[in-house]
Design a protein around this ligand. Sequence first.
Ligand code: 4AD
Ligand code: MG
Length: 473
Amino acid sequence: MKRTKIIDALRRSDYGSEVCVKGWVRSHRGSKSVHFIALNDGSTIKTVQVVADVERFDPEVMKQITTGACISAVGTLVESQGGGQTVEIQATAIEVLGTCDADYPMQKKGQTFEYMRQHAHMRLRTNTFGAVMRIRHNMAMAIHTYFHEHGFFYFHTPLITASDCEGAGQMFQVTTKNLYDLRKDEQGHIDYSDDFFGKPTSLTVSGQLEGELGATALGAIYTFGPTFRAENSNTPRHLAEFWMVEPEAAFVDLPALMDLEEDFIKYCVRWALDNCRDDLEFLNKMIDKTLIARLESVIEQDFVRLDYTEGIRILQQAIRDGHKFEFPCEWGDDLASEHERYLVEEYFRKPVIMTHYPKAIKAFYMKIDDECPVLDGKTMAQTVQGTDVLFPQIGEIIGGSVREENYDKLMGEIKERDIPMKDMWWYLDTRRFGTCPHGGFGLGFERLILFVTGMQNIRDVIPFPRTPKSAEF
Ligand code: 4AD
Ligand code: MG
């Protein structure tokens, strides 16, 4: 008999019809005469109740129906007696497709997230991870739909690269060389001429540089793929392998870029509210009671647009008024997450798009501002047209900029920062052959999922997290 997904079975009201459902047992309780099996197949957070009259079934089979076992149940769709659900299934036949050993790690309720990370291969079967993964899928659909509807082409940039986009030196090397037999020249340099690509290569930290080639030909593109960073930050916001969405568009200036950032994020959050209601309600109940209210507030409010220098002014005033921060915040410093959170969660109480950062703390490709800012009567150093979107609970969710399109200015930055030129010639060619104003941004996909699910740790919004000293599963 054809299988019905539980999400579809629960929507039906043709009581008396015969259905077949398949899934994993969440719980099995019973009395002398009747057993109740809560079955989940991943199609929804909800379980369907399978009711089995004891006299109908072999006790040996019933014993095998333990939490975690996989079964197929055929029965009659009946109106539910208990509260909460509309339908249940009065079983006529049950087949055990897979028994579950007694040491099934997801058996108990209320396990810690740390425990579940150690069993990440099985945690997907829990309500929380099911909800997070369905929302993750929905956010990917929202992203593709948004850009498709707005005329951005999905553009595939390479994962193996010879250039360091962010210039932060946090790349994982890719090589087929025998690491036990590395020959070096007199200066101690490794000879890569016989390596697979004939030169040193790494996993990419961002698809932006190639994305700019796409945008300056197709007008507007977006990438959506995995990126890799060997930064040794063991924080609840960093992964060594994470997914990034990077739109890049020709003929945009800073205000247009900020409009795109705000409109795009709001679209994704609205998509979650419209399409992931059951999962969000579950997470709102179990993980974070303010989740749905926070999502609704983000789409209702205009994001604050704040100059970095103005942000420093606000933070320094807060310090003068007695607010204590762990880290200093002088003009020129990169903001620590406590500073970002103060601005977003206490001062403005809404998302902030911060712009015009000091050049020295941003990447080489950002467009340099014409004028230097003034703070307390003093003229500060050069700034760039970078935009970071700062979110409540998350901190930086987007990093982007208008790009420096002037060849000489860009070359100046490359030289000033000692960026190796030999692997960048193709990028510079965009500034030689019909250069144009353009810009884009990168959204950390897992940070978006953190925000939308209310989960606290980035390791819990990707199926199999990669972090320092951890690459199991
Ligand atoms: O600010 P980032 O480093 O910007 C770029 O890579 C640009 N090339 C993007 C562009 O303009 N096309 O990274 C972008 C976003 C961050 O705002 C953050 O959300 C996320 O990527 N991110 C990380 N997410 C998880 N783990 C990490 N280690 C991350 N590093 C950055
Ligand atoms: Mg950044």
